[in-house]
Design a protein around this ligand. Structure first.
Ligand SMILES: Cc1cc2nc3c(=O)[nH]c(=O)nc-3n(C[C@H](O)[C@H](O)[C@H](O)COP(=O)(O)OP(=O)(O)OC[C@H]3O[C@@H](n4cnc5c(N)ncnc54)[C@H](O)[C@@H]3O)c2cc1C
Length: 293
């Protein structure tokens, strides 16, 4: 389990980092927390010639949460900071909760929000609430900047819409609408240090009457190669007041859209059952939270 030989760079500014990312190209890997990268390097699945450690770049860290203006979170913001941020807990509890469920305390103090998305694991914790919240990622290179919805950035297992010479620099979250709520839940094999068998986030905005669903986003993780945004659940529930019957129909629709696989953590059949259970719980809880109950 030794690491391959590599050359190590520790840039201090975004400009220096982008120079390195551009010039070293696909032979280099960005090192944020290293909690995924070093494990795959030790397993010899990848052997990068260069590592670009971004921990010395202050601009890639931190949370800017202004009233009425959503939030901007630097790529190398540690998950522990997100978990404990009072501002994020108040405005985006689904994200703060998901960040707090990753691994152990030690892992969360090393691991970054950007690394959790860039690792492109279908079972990752934070891409699901980020997508439900409408988060955008900013991708930068020497030749410019572009913004993508989180769910369009992650293309599949270990696959990103990230060109050579580009890196993720930050996440931008829209201000939550009035009368809205977003909630996250997951199921794993045990409470501590498990990787999710299924995870899910639901974001509901209500009309001014406080009961009719104006918009809804349901995102599932670990049941598809990338975060799976439901098309059928919003089609069923938009314009409706939630009822037990609609919850049942919507949960079955989500179940039908999920395309899970059998693996070491759970069977596809079990995962499909869990999709239904999580959808029922989350639709009810999120609707109540949006109503302010
Ligand atoms: C014991 C243990 C338990 C874990 N439990 C969980 C869990 O419960 N849930 C979960 O989701 N994950 C879990 N993980 C996985 C891991 O901790 C997370 O995915 C973490 O967020 C990765 O962040 P990092 O900063 O360590 O990424 P790194 O390992 O530094 O990087 C991961 C990948 O992303 C790339 N990368 C990082 N930043 C950028 C960037 N800005 N631009 C472009 N590419 C970039 C790297 O080059 C690398 O390929 C666990 C890991 C361990 C070791």
């Amino acid at each position: 389990m030794f690491l391959n030989h590599f050359e190590y760079f520790a840039p201090k500014t975004p400009a220096e980092t982008l120079e390195l990312v551009s010039h070293l190209g696909s032979k280099a890997k960005i090192l944020a927390g290293g909690t995924d990268l070093l494990i795959v390097m030790k397993s010899k699945a990848i052997s990068p010639e260069y590592l670009i450690d971004i921990n010395g770049v202050e601009e890639f860290k931190g949370i800017l949460c202004e009233p009425g203006k959503g939030a901007v979170i630097g790529t190398n913001t540690k998950l522990a900071e997100i978990q404990y941020s009072e501002e994020l807990k108040a405005k985006y509890p689904a994200l703060a909760y998901a960040a707090g469920e990753v691994g152990s305390s030690q892992v969360r103090h090393m691991a970054s929000l950007g690394g959790n998305s860039c690792n492109a694991s279908p079972a990752a914790e934070t891409p699901t609430p980020l997508a439900a919240l409408g988060a955008k990622v900013t991708l930068e290179s020497l030749s410019g900047t572009r913004e993508l919805a989180l769910e369009d950035f992650i293309l599949g297992v270990r696959k990103l819409d990230l060109a050579e010479g580009e890196m993720l620099t930050k996440f931008t979250l829209p201000e939550p609408a009035a009368k809205s709520a977003c909630r996250y839940a997951y199921m794993g094999r045990r409470d501590a240090m498990e990787i999710d068998s299924v995870n899910m986030a639901v974001n509901i905005e209500l009309e001014p009457d406080g009961e009719t669903i104006k918009s809804l986003k349901l995102v599932m993780g670990s049941v598809y190669p990338r975060p799976l945004v439901s098309k059928e659940v919003p089609a069923l529930l938009t314009g409706q007041k939630l009822s037990a019957e609609l919850v049942e129909k919507a949960a079955e629709a989500a179940q039908g859209e999920a395309k899970p696989i059998d693996d070491i953590r759970a069977s596809a059949e079990y995962r499909r059952e869990i999709v239904k259970v999580l959808a029922q719980r989350l639709l009810n809880d999120t609707y109540q939270a949006a109503k302010g109950v």
